[in-house]
Ligand binder design. Structure first.
Ligand code: AMP
Length: 147
């Protein structure tokens, strides 16, 4: 997938937004959804997406959508920090297949980091059970700043 081209309405995040496949949600409003990455690169790996935009990547996104998405990333990252007390946080975002992107609906990764635990490689982490992700999502949700 190059940086240009049509949005695929059947990409996996579009299916999550339509409720066609399950996701472990952290929080959502009318504009954004934060949910657990099912192949977490570390404990507490969260993805944040727009519910309204069909931007595949950062280059395509409408600025008002980016503003809301960035605010959602900020709110979620603060909650991840409070809930899980990592030593650091990697905020990552990939554009185009050659840029490391695998799902072509714009999204931002929030990945907690601990000094003594190596982060798993992007696209190389094992799948997590929803039952294990749910309590982490609940802890993060409980630590959110008021919306
Ligand atoms: P990227 O490679 O930046 O496009 O990131 C896509 C992310 O989506 C990867 O970190 C995957 O682990 C994650 N992912 C793929 N399928 C699902 C799914 N069904 N639910 C949650 N996360 C997913």
């Amino acid at each position: 997938m190059s940086l240009t081209g049509p949005y695929d309405p059947d990409n996996i995040f579009a299916k999550i937004l339509r409720g066609e496949i399950p996701a472990v949600k952290v929080w959502e409003d009318d504009h954004v959804l934060a949910f657990m990455d099912v192949f977490p690169q570390s404990e507490g790996h969260v993805l944040v997406i727009s519910k309204t935009s069909q931007a595949r990547n950062l280059l395509e996104v409408e600025l008002e959508v980016l503003t809301r998405l960035t605010a959602a990333v900020h709110r979620t990252a603060r909650a991840v920090d409070r809930a899980l007390t990592p030593d650091g946080l990697s905020i990552m975002q990939f554009n185009g297949e050659a840029g490391g992107q695998t799902v072509f609906h714009l999204h931002v990764h929030i990945i907690p980091r601990w000094a003594d635990r190596p982060m798993k490689g992007h696209g190389h982490a094992p799948m997590a059970e929803a039952a294990n992700l749910r309590p982490i999502a609940e802890r993060i949700a409980a630590a959110l700043d008021p919306g």
